[in-house]
Write a protein that binds this ligand. Structure first.
Ligand code: DX5
Ligand code: ZN
Length: 217
């Protein structure tokens, strides 16, 4: 299995001091930063575009990968912009395009690893049809930070792990904190997105370390 890692989600960060907040969690040990892109269609809110990713990449923080989670329709129109901005991984939603195989291939041709996300209500069978570098199991409904982890998620994570085998990164996103990370890890998750539990905490570096312990990183 891939090594377990925590991916702080900047959606919950203070955007006025974004660079400093990211540097703080990288100092605490984070090697992957999760960037949530929302288009106001696939999910109701708007969040940010590739310019924000580009600005973070320009900070030049060593050893840091940027994990882009596209909660957008027509992702084929935008993947090149995020690859150019410096994404390492780009994840699209299974529900957002009828051309999943095509867009995953597009992402790899751009030099990034390719991820596929499913909403809580989406069956896992698509993972039997496509090869992915990252499988993202949403543990809340996408669109907002600060929601409660869906209690049945560990069951879904375990079923996804059995479809993927041992080698594929299995990412969980939504409601991950010290009380939920352990169950997700036990079920087979390897990459743990944490937004409000981390940047919403008084000391994000300490929160990072606490969630890492809970996830068995
Ligand atoms: C939600 C986003 C998440 C969000 C998680 O749609 O995909 O990445 O930042 O936030 P928390 O950790 O607060 O649930
Ligand atoms: Zn996300």
């Amino acid at each position: 299995m891939p090594d377990r890692r925590i991916a702080p989600s900047i959606l919950a960060a203070d955007f006025a001091r974004l660079g400093a907040q990211v540097a703080e969690v990288v100092d605490a040990g984070a090697t992957v930063i999760h960037v949530d892109i929302m288009d106001g269609h696939f999910v109701p809110p708007l969040s940010m575009g590739p310019q924000v990713l580009s600005a973070l990449v320009d900070l030049g923080l060593q050893g840091v990968e940027y994990d882009v989670h596209l909660m957008i329709e027509a992702p084929d129109r935008h993947v090149a912009d995020f690859a150019k901005a410096g994404a390492h991984n780009i994840t699209i939603h299974a529900e957002a395009t009828p051309h999943v195989n095509y867009v995953l291939q597009q992402i790899r041709e751009l030099g990034c690893t390719a991820g596929l996300a499913v909403c809580p209500s989406t069956p896992l069978s698509i993972f039997e049809e496509v090869d992915v570098d990252v499988a993202l199991c949403m543990t809340v409904n996408p669109g907002w930070g600060g929601q409660k982890f869906i209690d049945s998620s560990p069951n879904k994570i375990a079923r996804l792990r059995s479809i993927l085998g041992d080698d594929v990164e299995l990412e969980v996103d939504g409601g991950i904190d010290v009380t939920t990370a352990g169950a997700a890890a036990d079920a087979g998750a390897t990459l743990f997105v944490a937004g409000s539990a981390l940047f919403g905490a008084p000391d994000p570096a300490q929160a990072y370390r606490d969630i890492a312990v809970a996830a068995g990183v």
